[in-house]
Every structure is written in C-alpha cells, then in structure tokens.
Design a protein around this ligand. Structure first.
Ligand SMILES: [Zn+2]
Length: 119
C-alpha cells in the first residue's frame, strides 16, 4: 500500500499517513494486515477470489482537501463481504451516508420523532 506518487518511476516509497480530523492515524496498515490474513486462508482453500482479495486496497488515490488533509478520491476494493479492508471502508461509507440523511431529516423535519422501538 503506497501513495500514488510514491509508485512512479522508481521513487522511494513513503509510508501512507492519512489522519482523521482528530489527528489520529487511519488504520490502513492494520486493515491491510488483517486483509493479508484473510487472503492467506482463501489461498490455502483455493478460493478463486483469493487474488482479488490480495489486491484489495493496494491502489489508493488521495486528494488534499481545503484543510490540507488527505481525502480518498479513488480506490479499488475486493467487494468480498468477509474482507476486513472492504468491510471497514464500506462501514465508513454507510456511516457517512447515514449522517447526511439524519442531518437532512433534522433540517427538513425538525418536529419528526423517532419511530417507536428505536433507541
Ligand atoms: Zn477486500
């Protein structure tokens, strides 16, 4: 896992540093290590998707936002439901989508109430 610029023309690779708004490092490294463990199991069991899982999250393209923080612009993930890398990114995407929906409901329906049974 390298930044796009570090793979060009033999430049020396630099470790990825992608920080959250609170300054904590995003767990790319930990998720990739878990992904490799998952890949090894699939390879051992001769699953066809093993190679796809092995390449999950290997290509990441970031852009800097107005605050100077990195934002993932393009990436490739394996789409395997049990892959730790894919699941992490999918959960982040769902979380962001849910936040947008909730903010919109609060803005457009400020008197709306939670359905019975939700906590
Ligand atoms: Zn994956």
């Amino acid at each position: 896992m390298q930044t796009k610029n570090s793979t060009n023309l033999g430049e020396k690779a630099t470790p990825l540093s992608d920080k959250k708004a609170n300054g904590k490092e995003m767990p790319w490294r930990e998720k990739k290590i878990s992904n490799v463990g998952y890949y090894e199991l699939l390879e051992l069991l001769n699953f066809k998707k093993a190679e796809r899982v092995a390449n999950c999250g290997d290509i990441l393209e970031f852009k800097k936002n107005e605050e100077g923080r990195l934002k993932l612009a393009r990436a490739w993930f394996c789409m395997s439901p049990l892959c730790p890398m894919y699941n992490w990114r999918k959960s982040m995407k769902r979380s962001a989508q849910t936040r947008i929906i909730v903010e919109r409901v609060i803005r457009e329906k400020p008197k709306a109430r939670k359905p019975v049974g939700c906590s």
